[in-house]
Design a protein. Sequence first.
Length: 169
Amino acid sequence: MLKKIFKKIDRTFLFVEEWSLFIAVSAALLAAMANVVLRKSGGDINIYWSDEVVRKVIFFSTYIGAVTAIRSRSLIRIDALPQIFPVLKRPLTLISHIAVLFFAGVMVKLGWTMTAMMYHDPFARTSTLQIPEWYFYAVLPIMGVMMFFRTLVVMVEDWRGIQDMTGEQ
């Protein structure tokens, strides 16, 4: 039962991560390419908002990419010491997981606070497109929750000695 719930949540998170990153990066790429083509074509045409789109996509993809890194076990952690002293692998992995859980909790708390602050500020808008900034800050608590869940799943997998609790290798 618990395995089915984890699998369902994992698939949902995976769908959100992959498609949101695909759509965001595609939009940024198209905007940047169009701007370069228009600038280099000799005309005096410039897409003034393309740089802002690219900056916001980099912001978004950094945080959502961190969630994806946890799932694939690619997040930065202490690696050299366990290779020299194999007995330290489990304790250092646990410390790494606890640090990620703490970071995720901080992201939820501060992200929620900053999102609420931007939501209540009518002047907090992006400079060129005038999109409310709270949309972008809302990524922080969402990412924190997703990081927290993914880390708990990875911790359970490590504890049980399972490669991937969702059934995938």
